[in-house]
Design a protein around this ligand. Sequence first.
Ligand code: PEP
Ligand code: MN
Length: 336
Amino acid sequence: MLIVMHHSAPADQIEAVRRAVEQMGLRAEPIPGSERTAIGVLGNQGYVDDTSIRHLPGIREIIHVSKPYKMVSRDFHPASTVVEVGGVSVGEGHPPVIIAGPCSIESEEQMVEAALLVKGAGAQILRGGAFKPRTGPHSFQGLGKEGLKYLRRAGDEAGMPVITEVMRIGQLDDVCRHADILQIGARNMQNFDLLKEAGKTGHPVLLKRGMSATLEEFLAAAEYILAEGNSRVILCERGVRTFERATRNTLDLSVVPLIKEMSHLPIIVDPSHATGKRSLVPVMAKAALVAGTHGLMIEVHPAPEKALCDGAQSLAGPGFRALMDEMRSLMSYLGY
Ligand code: PEP
Ligand code: MN
C-alpha cells in the first residue's frame, strides 16, 4: 500500500500517519519527493484494511499495490534511480554505459590486454568472470579467487571499475573485496538467500533476468535486494528461453521501455548472451540503444578463437572498436 500525502502536509501529519501504520504492525517507509511525500507500507501479506488511517489529516490518496514488488516499483519511488560506481553513473538522464570484457578471466595477461582494449575503445566498466556457471561440469569453471585478483589488477591498470559474477554466499566477501559491482547471473536470479546476502553488503548489484523469468518475477527478485536496504541495483535483460534455437536466447527488447514504466531502477541489455552469435551483437546492441537502454554488457576477447568460454559470441578488438564508433554516432543522434 502507498499513502500519498498532500503537497502541503506538514511533518507532524506525516509522522502521525507513520505511527498509525506501525500500530497496525506494519512497516512505514516515508518516500520524500519533489512534488509530495508518500509513505510506503511494507510487511503486509495481503490486502491492508485502511479504515483506521484513511481519515488522518494530510492524506491525499491511498493506493493499494498488490504486486509482489513495491520498493522496486515506480509507484513507490517515482524518481529514477541512478547507480554511481567508480565515477560512472548508470541510469536515466545519463548516457548509456558500456560494460565490456571477456566472458571469463583466463590469465592476468589476457585480462590486462582485454582491459586496455575495451578502455581504448571507450568502454567504462570492465567485466570478467572468475566463478563461471557452466552448463556442464567438464567445461572450464573459471579461475576462482585467483581470477578476482587478475580482474582487479586489470581494472586498476586501465582505470576502470570492475564487475564479476558471484554464484554463492560464500564467495561474497572475496567478490566484494575485489569488484565494484556484484553480478548475479540468470541462473541465480531466484537464489533468494544469495539476493538477501548481496543486498546486505550494500555493494552495487547487477541482476540478470532469469532465462524463463517473467517481468514480475524479475522485479520481485530485485525487491529482495532493496528490502535489505540496498537500492544500488541495475537490472539486465539477457534474453529468455523460447522455442527458437537459431539464437542462444530470444532478446526481449520490449522490457526496456516496460521496465522504465514499472520501475525506477536502471535497465541494461546484454546482446552477447541474448544472441550467442558475434555477427548479431552489434545490431542488437544498437537496437537496445534505440529502445532506451541505460547501458550494454558486451563480451569482448582479445582472441575470441582461443577463448575458454563463449568465444562464438565475443567480439575481437576491431569489431568492438567499430561498434563503439557506430554507437557514439547513434548516441549523438539520440541526443545523449
Ligand atoms: C555472464 O554474463 O557471464 C553470464 C553467465 O550471463 P548469464 O547469467 O546472463 O547467462
Ligand atoms: Mn559468457
